[in-house]
Structures are given as structure tokens and as C-alpha cells.
Design a protein around this ligand. Structure first.
Ligand code: BGC
Length: 440
């Protein structure tokens, strides 16, 4: 791994006590993570690469009406600038890099696989390796090829076979360069969308966008993963995951293949709280799928929800809200790790944790508190193997456009210049030292 002089100085300054473990008072204030712990950042293909014109989200962005505030366009231009991003992540101090592969690039029309795009991702993964970053690869991060959406997406009976074929091909060609892989990002996203469905008007707006997308593609059944009916689609996605897991394992028996879930800290308010029911509705059968068809589970947590006898109650009046509108509550991460350990019992990787904010000092505070909760879980014997922060870059936050800042690194959307924020150096220093400061 390339370590710059500036990076070394930043690491030393941030964790000066790490260099002096013999001083008793200092040693007490440090917690070291186990050797081999993975420290990284996460990003998805669609949100960072730019110009994913063959993906279903591109259609949804470009129709009228649309839920998207703005278009992704060039996004962060990471499709061309991946080497710069990877070198930056390595220089900051990380040892792993979570990235996505865009199915729509690999298989731009049904059954036609692009060797040029497979070569492109081979270069991306080789670049990670060259910089000492272990690639953690997501095969599907919400988006699918347009042809797949137009034929009915994950609401069609043969969709599991098509997804498994794509995953098998990618594993065969690129699996040797990967450290670990996951099929779906936040496999249970349909359940979260249904749980949080704001109101009838918002649901109708989503349906109008999907009708416009169907019309634009000349299809009567255009279906996108996050907008599909879970009653029909979730069982097919589960079958798709199982088949893909088997296809990836048969192509690469040694490849570690897991699944990531959107994990929410669902807290109970009052004796009649329906929190347990909400947990069931959020995870459903995915718990069983993760138990039987995953080598690990990826936990992805941002906040908590409090649930009383009627459902979600708003955050306390004095609660700090993030740019994304939800409560600043980094301790949620420890809670969901504990849930996943108890419910699924597989090795746990934190594959996303982060905060949308313009105030980078709050990002640092968020990281520190989230990591303290990870450390507590590990002290209780829970096998946690990574902390991967969402995100390396300020990127395209789906329907919110570029207005929500999850990045450790700012991106100028005209020049594409990357500017690390103090939080990037902060987390990078922790990664390099493999240790955190403890409070008091
Ligand atoms: C998703 C990302 C998203 C992030 C922040 C995660 O649930 O995987 O795509 O950008 O949350 O909202």
C-alpha cells in the first residue's frame, strides 16, 4: 500500500498515543482492532461512475414525471477516474474498497456479455490490488439493465436464472481478483420501502414515474427493484440470490459470497409497541436466506426508528437531524450488529455506515461513536470483521440527486476534482493504526 508522508504525519498526529503504547495512561485510551480487520469505504457503480445509460435508473431519471430531483449525468466520473479514487483511498490509509459492478454494462442486451466491460472491471480490481486494497464487490446495487426491467424485472418467473447467469459469468471472469462478493445490496430494500411508504400521494407519484418508464421503453411491465411489489418480487429475488450464490460458488469455490441487508435499529416505545412486528416486516424471510445461503452478512445502518403501538414515532424534538432528514444516532450500528449476530449467526461485516451532512465535524463524531459501538460488540464476542464507510465520495444520492453529502471526499461536479475532508484523514488514520481512541 502506498503511504504518503502527509498521510503518515496525519496518522501519527491523530493517534499519537498509538506510537507510545508503553505509557500507561496513553495505552489505556486506545483500543486496537484485531489484525486483518477491514477498513474501507463503499460506493456503488451507478452513483459514482456516471453515464450508466443502459441501466433502468437512467430511464426513471429521464422520464416525466420522475421522482428524481436531478439527473446523474457524469456523476463523479469514476468510470474514468477509478484509478484516482482507488489511489486516494489507499493513500488515506484504508485496506479494503467496496465497489459495485454495473450489470447493465456487463450485459447491455439480453444474453450478450461485453468482454470490454469485463476487462474494464478487471482493471478496476487489479488497481485495488496494486494499491493494497482488498476489493469487496457488489454485483447488484439497486439497478438492472433496461432490457431486464422492461421484461418485468424481478417480477418475472425466470428472473432468478438471468440474474444467476450474470453473477456466474462475472464470478468466473473476475472472481479471482475479488476478496469478497455480495449479490444484492440491501436485499430487503423492498420491505424498507413498503414500511416507510410516506403516503398515498407519494406512492402514486412513484407509480406515475414507473408508468412513464414503461411507456418510454415500449413495455407494459417495466419493473425496477426498489419499486416492485414485494409480494411478487421478494420471493423471486430470494430465489435469484440462492441461484446466484450457487453459480458464484460453482465458478469460484473459494470466493466468499455474502448478502447485505438494510439494518435499522428498531426501538420499542411503550408496552404495546409493535417493534417486533416491524422487525419481522423489515427482514422477513431474508433472515432464513442469509442463514442458509451466505458466508457472511453485511450490516448497513444509518439511524434508528422508534416504534410505539401505532408505528414509527417522530424523533425527539431536540434530536439532531442529518441532511438526509433522519436522526443522528450512530449507536444504531452496534444495535443492528447485535441483532444480526443473534438472528443470523454468520460472520458480520459492516458494509455501510455513514451520515449525510455539510458539517464534517459531525461526520467525525458519527464515525467515532459508531466505531465505539462496534468495539463494544466485539468485546462481547460478536465476530465483526470490517468497518466500511458510506461513502468515499460525495455522490449521486438517488432521487435526492447530489444534494446530500455522504462523502469523506468532496467532488467538484464540473472539474471532478476530489478534495478530502478532515473526516477522510480522521478515518484513514484510524484505519492505518487499526485502533481507535476511547472516550475518557
Ligand atoms: C444505499 C446507498 C445510499 C446510502 C445513503 C444505502 O442504503 O446502499 O446506495 O446512497 O444508503 O442513503
Amino acid at each position: 500500500m502506498h503511504i504518503s508522508r502527509r498521510g503518515v504525519i496525519a496518522a501519527a498526529a491523530a493517534l499519537s498515543v498509538a506510537a507510545a503504547p508503553k505509557r500507561k495512561t496513553a495505552a489505556k485510551r486506545i483500543h486496537r482492532f484485531p489484525k486483518g480487520f477491514l477498513w474501507g469505504t463503499a460506493i456503488s457503480a451507478y452513483q459514482s461512475e456516471g453515464n450508466n445509460t443502459n441501466a433502468d435508473a437512467w430511464v426513471r431519471e429521464n422520464v416525466k414525471p420522475t421522482l428524481f430531483k436531478e439527473r446523474s449525468g457524469d456523476a463523479c466520473d469514476s468510470y474514468h477516474r477509478y484509478a484516482e479514487d482507488i489511489a486516494l483511498a489507499a493513500r488515506l490509509g484504508f485496506n479494503c474498497y467496496r465497489l459495485g459492478i454495473e450489470w447493465a454494462r456487463i450485459e447491455p442486451s439480453e444474453g450478450a456479455f461485453s468482454n470490454a466491460e469485463l476487462d474494464h472491471y478487471a482493471s478496476v480490481l487489479e488497481t485495488c490490488r496494486k494499491h493494497g486494497l482488498k476489493p469487496v464487490v457488489t454485483f447488484n446495487h439497486f439497478t438492472t439493465p433496461i432490457w431486464f426491467a422492461a421484461r418485468g424485472g424481478f417480477e418475472e418467473q425466470d428472473s432468478p436464472d438471468l440474474f444467476a447467469r450474470y453473477c456466474g459469468k462475472v464470478a468466473e471472469r473476475l472472481g479471482g481478483l475479488m476478496h469478497m462478493a455480495t449479490t444484492f445490496n440491501e436485499a430487503n430494500i423492498q420491505y424498507l420501502v413498503r414500511l416507510l411508504a410516506p403516503n398515498a400521494a407519494a406512492n402514486e407519484a412513484a407509480r406515475s414515474m414507473m408508468r412513464a418508464a414503461a411507456a418510454a421503453t415500449g413495455s407494459t411491465k417495466f419493473s425496477s427493484l426498489a419499486f416492485a411489489d414485494p409480494e411478487v418480487s421478494t420471493p423471486l429475488m430470494q430465489e435469484a440470490h440462492r441461484k446466484a450464490y450457487r453459480a458464484m460458488k460453482s465458478a469460484r469455490p473459494n470466493l466468499t459470497v455474502g448478502i447485505t441487508l438494510t439494518t435499522q435499529d428498531i426501538q420499542t416505545k411503550g408496552d404495546a409497541s409493535i417493534a417486533a412486528k416491524w422487525r419481522d416486516r423489515l427482514y422477513g424471510d431474508w433472515v432464513e436466506v442469509a442463514r442458509t445461503h451466505a458466508d457472511f452478512v453485511g450490516v448497513q445502518t444509518y439511524t434508528r426508528f422508534t416504534v410505539d403501538e401505532n408505528g414509527i414515532v417522530p424523533p425527539p424534538k431536540d434530536a439532531e437531524l442529518t441532511e438526509a432528514g433522519y436522526e443522528f444516532y450512530p449507536q444504531a450500528l452496534g444495535k443492528t450488529i447485535r441483532w444480526a449476530a443473534a438472528a443470523i449467526g454468520k460472520p458480520i461485516y459492516v458494509t455501510e455506515s455513514g451520515i449525510a451532512t455539510d458539517d464534517d465535524a459531525r461526520r467525525i463524531a458519527y464515525i467515532d461513536a459508531a466505531l465505539e459501538s462496534v468495539k463494544d460488540c466485539m468485546a462481547d464476542g460478536i465476530p465483526v470483521h470490517s468497518y466500511v464507510h458510506w461513502s468515499l465520495l460525495d455522490n449521486f444520492e438517488w432521487t435526492s440527486g447530489f444534494g446530500k453529502h455522504f462523502g469523506l471526499v468532496a467532488v467538484d461536479l464540473k472539474t471532478f476534482k476530489r478534495t478530502p475532508k478532515p473526516s477522510a484523514n480522521h478515518l484513514g488514520a484510524i484505519a492505518r493504526a487499526n485502533a481507535i481512541h476511547l472516550k475518557a
